[in-house]
Structures are given as structure tokens and as C-alpha cells.
Design a protein. Sequence first.
Length: 562
Amino acid sequence: MPDGGAKGRTVRNGARADEVADEGRLVAGRYRLLEQIGRGGMGTVWRAEDELLGRHVALKKLHVSPHLADDERDTLYERTRREARSAARITHPNVVVVHDVVDDGGLPCIVMEYVPSRTLGEVLKQDGPLPPQEAARIGRGMIAALRAAHAAGVLHRDVKPGNVLLGADGRVVLTDFGIAVASGTSTLTKTGELVGSVDYVAPERVRGGKPGPASDLWALGATLYQAVEGRPPFRKDTAIETAYAIAVDPLVPPRGAGPLALLIEQLLTKDPQTRPPAETVELRLRAPAEAQFAQPPGPVSRNAEGRAMATAPTAASPDRDGPDVPDGPGRASEHPRKSPHARPHTPPRRRVAVRAAVVAVVAVAAAAATVLMLRPESGSQTTPSQGGQVEKPSGTSAGPVSPTAKPSPVPDGYHLVREREVGLSFPVPDGWTRKELPDSTIVYIDPTELASLRVNVLDFASTSPLQHWKDDEAKSLREGKLPGYKQRRMQTTSYRGQPAAIWEFTFQGRAREFQAIDLGFGRPGEKEYAIYLSAPSADWAAFRPVFDHVGDGLHIESEQTG
């Protein structure tokens, strides 16, 4: 639990007289209250001494309004007990340890380990945004805690800066499982009731959907966004406006995320099915957390909906099992035309549907006279190959870099390749080989020859990147180059501040189904680029991180024309 600051100051501002009077009192015949170290709407946290074992602990006392109805009071009591049970199910150094649950005058109190610390919320409020490397270090501790919680069948549901303790010893601790849900337990929320701090409530929860592990990952993304920007990604003047923005508004690109930009964008996608899994998130936080490196060249772009960047399919992979690579998506156009800037948007029908869903959730809550527990985050704390030049990665200093600076450090198991003819460099998995197709397109093939990667220059011969993918889709289908084709998604997005479009689909190879993802991006009047990956659908989860690493590490070394 936090200590209220590096000096262990007592929190007295705003404390009630009865709370101040509690100082020195013995709770449950064992825990001596020494000083308040945190206070919020749900309770007060004290640093206390366990007189039986002679150690300091953090003791959380519940705040209960005398005006609460009996059933509401019972719910608060049960939430406190559930917090203790949920946290007790998890044994992990990044999760706060619960020692005991005791009764104090009829009120349940949670006794936890005492962590000399400040919360991430306090650090951001007092010191301002963090550099990407430090945000990644904190994020790595958080995702480790969430993986442990999810493995134990516990959803946190209130991941936010105020619930992340930054220990004086560098430890990162996730705390406050007060509204967590454990598998096999009943819900304590009413129909239409939203629990958690509104800035970190995932879109599916705002729309009335059932939360899952991906909802906690969205909240992690929102927390990382705030860590590098100093503000939550969708905050508006009111909780309802914020909830609506979370459900429908595109993500405003963070300016200080550096190499974390793409990961944050993917975590903040509206669709929980397209967020990266926790193990991938932990892997991708490793390099920023353990190394100093420069930010990627140029402004960092985000997806219109905070989605993962991908590029429109460039036809099937050239592997032995797939059809010949068509001149479809992701390939250079025969008749290039410069396209106007594509403005990310949400289709009108979808906006209407989402608006109705959000309004419905709020209306049900109001009709049921429930309390929307949409607590704004505040400073208070309530809880504790061949061809292409291969290069070895080298360390770089943090901060802005020129267009010729090196990209993020190459992940373990990858090497950097430089395609000088197109002015691009990017990481490629070790063991993948470079091949040149008859039309001079360069692809990298994995050892099984079933997965392929392509990064190339193209021109969008349409009014926008999205329209280009639509045209390529129609052309590929018309020419029969994508047998068994099924579109998974096709949408406008952005990449490093540039208009972009993403296309993800499946198609039938000679012996198995393949999945592909393709991202096209570029500014009007300038060169435009595409990143494409295809692999067997059965192995997609294993190959998908390749696309993410290329997106993170792509470096455009020079402008090309023609």
C-alpha cells in the first residue's frame, strides 16, 4: 500500500474528525493505527503496526454513509470481503499481498502488506508524464500482475493509475481488487450499473457487454496512455460524455508514446477480439522496459479507433501451400494517382447503434435508481537472410531523432534488414529468408515456407487508402486470386500520424486456410507504404506478433518518388 509520499506524510487534508481521532487506536486487538496514507470515496488506508508480529501493514477501512439502505450497505460489505478473497487467490510479486480481514465495530477491514510507495496517479499529478521507457517498465509490472490474476480466474475491473503502486525499491504493485470478479462467484452489480473509474472502462462495458480479460487490457492501455500523455485518452467534461467518447470516438494520437505508440493503440481498440493477448503485451513491453532507445522517426500515428495497425491484404502468400501472389492489395498500382487525405470516421449506422447502446445502459441505470460508480481518477488513493542488408541493433539515446535515426531495438530472435532500393528498414525473424518475386516484389519467408512478410512502397490509385483496399478486394475476387475469401475487417485508421487503412481476411490455400493482415499508409502527395503478413490460420496466434514487431520497428530512411 502507498505511504502517501516519499516522506511518509500523514494524509490529513479532507479527513473527517473521527478519522483523525482514530490515530493510535487498536483495531481487532492487534493492529495499531499510526497514520493515514490514503483516502478516497470508498475508504481510508492506514499505515498500522501489527503488534502481534511486530511489522507495519496497510489497513483499509470502508467508508459507509449512514444514509445507505441495508441492501446497499450489505453490498459494500460484500465487496470489501470479495476484494480480500480475490487478491488472496493471486500469489505474485506485482500483486498486493492480503494478510487478514478483520471486523472493526461491524465494519470489515482489509489488512495488507505495507508498500512504501506513491501511486502512479500521484506521480503523474506531481511530476508530470513519464518517458516511454519508464512507462514500459511500469506497464510490464502491471501486465504481469494481470496475467497472474486472469490465470487465477480474477478480473480486476478497475485498473487505473491510482491503483498502481510504485514502490521506493522500484517494485510495481497492482492493488484494489474491490470490484474484481472471480470465476464461480455471482455479480454484485445491478442491470445497467457500471463499476469502475469511467476513464478506464472498456468500450464493451460501456455498451453493456460482459467484461473479460480484454477489458482489463483496455484499461492497461488507457493507463499507459495517461502515463506518457498526462491525461486519460477519452476524458470529457462529464462521466456520461466520457463514456460515450470511449464507445465511439477515435483515439487522439499520443505525442509522447514513442515506441509504445502502436501497442497502446492496439490495446485501446474498440473491439476486444482484436486486442493483443496478455502474453504478447508483456513481450512487447520488454524492449522498452530494458533498453534505452530512440523514438521512431516522425510523428506517431494511431488507429482511428485505437485498433491494431494492419495493412490491406496483398494477396495470398507465395508459400508452397498458397495460391500465387496476385496483384491485389498491398501491391504497387499500375496507374498511380495521388489520393486526398482520408479522414478516419465511424460509419453513420454504427454510430447510431453505439449511441443507442450507450444511452440504453445509462437509461437502465437511471430507471433502476442505481448509482453509476463512474469515479473520476484523482490524486487521492483508496487502495494500496539473403539480400537486404542485415544489421545488428545498436543502442541509441532517448529523445527526438532525425528521419535517418535507427528504429526501436530489435526484439530477441529478430534481425534488422535494410531494403535500400525502397528506403526501408525493419526487423525480420531469424531464420526467415529473403525472396524476390518475378515482379521484383521482395518477401521474407519463414522456414516452413508457409508464412510470408512483405513491406513495400505503393501508390494508392483511389481516393483513400480504404478505397484502395476495397478496389483491390474487388479486383482480387473478380480475378479469382483469393479462393475461399472471407473478410474479417476493413477500416480506416492512421499510422504514425498518417492516413491509413487496415484489411484483415482469410483465404483458402491448396491444403489449408490462411489468414492475412495488411496495412497501407502514407500522406497525400508523398510515397505510400504497406506492411503485409500471411500465415496458416491454425498458427496465426504464433505468427501475428511478427506483424506487430515490424510495425513497431519500421523505419523510413528516405523519401522515394515515382
